[in-house]
Design a protein around this ligand. Sequence first.
Ligand SMILES: [Zn+2]
Length: 51
Amino acid sequence: MTVMYALLALSLGIAVGLVVIVVEELRWEARNRLPRCTTCGQLHNRHAAHR
Ligand SMILES: [Zn+2]
């Protein structure tokens, strides 16, 4: 029984780790994707300088 619980805890930990990795990857992707500027229509950071 103890072995079963250990395996369960191990697999649970691995699943949580994978979810955390995927979420971090998605957040990194979203942060690195440049938004389209509404002022000049080009792709650059939102708070870039305009004249
Ligand atoms: Zn712009």
